[in-house]
Write a protein that binds this ligand. Structure first.
Ligand SMILES: Cc1cc2nc3c(=O)[nH]c(=O)nc-3n(C[C@H](O)[C@H](O)[C@H](O)COP(=O)(O)OP(=O)(O)OC[C@H]3O[C@@H](n4cnc5c(N)ncnc54)[C@H](O)[C@@H]3O)c2cc1C
Length: 449
């Protein structure tokens, strides 16, 4: 059929992509395997089913990056965000919804369109012909996972995430921490100073181990097997194996000299590594964890240099299928090796309902522009959508790539504004003002094209 787009997966991203493409005049076939093939988390065969929480998080579009994504999706006529607004429940500053009514409405709105056909079947191959968007999410079926792995290579598709906490660089106290790579390795000064180091003396280390052992932990969901044990133990599990294990692992104090106290050998050192090209985010090396979020913030702020740390995201380990997007996808979310195939949603390495819908919105518009021959202007990097897509398709460190949610650390700094905690309100307002202007201009350019 003319101008036909196939979308695999009718979750957050696939439903949004289908809506956007249909609004632009495409004929869409939406392939959704449920209810014929189930996942351990979904309960129905409906489109847009929320698998866990019923919240789209903060709706504050001036001071919060998620709220800003809401604003941008509303401005772009997003299906997920507008439907969420219709079925909103009282939840303070958050956008929470009646999940059943929400999924019913998404299903009804899409199936009511003459140009969208829903086909309940599992897709198990990457087709050679036609235009496709794969939005199969964190629980992509096993057979499709194998087909993707065959195309991309085993190392480029992960089945679990193992997320170490990510800290805003400006919130690290460099009076206590210092920049140095172990044994000053590297050719350039940048490489020799690639890590932030936080030293601990014996008492601080022992107190830290006690806190790790005592912290509240989350359990895996039922059906989510604990296959993470192969390669990336949570730090609290390492600590359970012996009080010295971390000191011989990610916290080993060798090859490093503290310039603030050159004569004192640290008992242990926590290292943070740059997480994005902008240098605004650092991840704590080897600190993947199943500690509850509240406990994580308390425990990690015990680390000298991180007492005032602000976290762009906390750590976690989940069942999660995702691509190494920085190496595999081009700026249009196409698979470099098979440009008739796009990916969207959580499988691209974003995390959360909102971020996944946002990537669906972009993929739907990009596919439509390509099929209709109407070039889409580049997504502005200063918008929340642009900051996210830029991160996953290029800005993130490919070697250590782990799923990311939207946060202001992904945005280019606004010149001339005060750093630190005090300037935060003005800074966030400046980011969101700039983003809204850039996003509105991008949408206008498409209306007049
Ligand atoms: C257990 C669990 C709990 C979570 N809790 C939260 C939470 O509380 N808040 C939050 O923001 N995020 C949560 N997430 C992440 C959440 O799943 C995603 O953010 C969001 O649903 C991703 O949207 P998506 O469209 O990429 O994938 P999904 O919404 O999962 O949609 C993917 C769709 O593809 C279908 N599919 C898979 N394989 C195939 C195939 N081969 N052929 C055809 N169809 C296929 C699936 O049935 C599914 O409908 C959770 C994830 C999991 C696994």
């Amino acid at each position: 059929m003319k101008n036909e787009l196939h979308i695999v997966g009718g979750g957050m991203a696939g439903s949004e992509a289908a809506w956007q493409a249909a609004q632009r005049g495409l004929n869409v076939v939406l392939h959704e395997m449920r209810p014929e093939v189930e996942t351990f988390a979904h309960k129905t065969g409906k489109l847009g089913e929320m698998v866990c929480s019923n919240s789209f998080r903060s709706d504050d579009d001036e001071q919060n990056a998620v709220g800003l994504l809401h604003w941008e999706m509303r401005a772009a006529g997003g299906l997920i965000i507008s439907t969420a607004g219709e079925y909103r429940l009282p939840a303070g500053g958050a956008l929470a919804v009646d999940r059943e009514a929400f999924a019913d409405a998404i299903t009804a709105k899409l199936t009511a369109l003459d140009t969208v056909r829903v086909s309940h079947e599992e897709v198990t191959e990457l087709p050679d012909q036609g235009q496709w968007i794969f939005a199969t999410g964190p629980l992509t079926s096993a057979r499709l996972g194998q087909a993707i792995q065959a195309e991309t290579g085993a190392d480029a598709l992960a089945f679990f995430d193992a997320i170490a906490p990510i800290v805003y660089a400006e919130s690290i106290d460099m009076e206590k921490a210092w920049l140095q790579s172990r044994y000053d390795k590297g050719e350039t000064e940048d490489e020799q100073k690639a890590y932030v180091n936080c030293p601990m003396d014996r008492d601080q280390y022992e107190a830290f181990i006690d806190a790790l052992l005592a912290a509240d932990k989350t359990e895996f969901h039922e059906g989510e097997t604990a296959g993470y044990f192969d390669g990336c133990l949570p730090i609290e599990v390492m600590a359970e194996r012996g009080r010295e294990t971390l000191r011989h692992g990610p916290m080993k104090p060798v090859g490093l000299t503290n310039p603030h106290q050159p004569d004192v050998k640290p008992h242990a050192v926590v290292q943070l590594r740059r997480d994005n090209a902008l240098g605004t985010l650092f991840n704590i090396v080897g600190f993947q964890t199943k500690m509850k979020y509240g406990a994580q913030a308390d425990v990690f702020r015990m680390i000298p240099g991180l007492a005032e740390a602000r976290f762009a995201r906390l750590g976690g380990i989940h069942r999660n299928t995702f691509l190494n997007s920085p190496t595999l996808l081009d700026a249009q979310m196409r698979l470099r090796s098979r440009p008739n195939i796009r990916f969207a949603g959580q499988i691209t390495g974003v995390e959360g309902y909102v971020e996944s819908s946002a990537m669906g919105l972009l993929a739907g518009r990009m596919a439509a522009a390509e099929l209709l021959g109407t070039p889409l202007p580049e997504v502005p990097q200063d918008s929340a959508h642009g900051a996210l897509i830029h991160h996953i398709t290029g800005g993130a460190e490919a070697k250590t790539f782990q799923p990311m949610n939207v946060n202001f650390g992904l945005f280019r700094p606004v010149d001339g504004l005060k750093g630190g905690r005090r300037g935060r309100k003005d800074r966030y307002k400046a980011y969101t003002d700039r983003a809204k202007a850039a996003w509105s201009a991008w949408l206008d350019a498409q209306r007049t094209a």
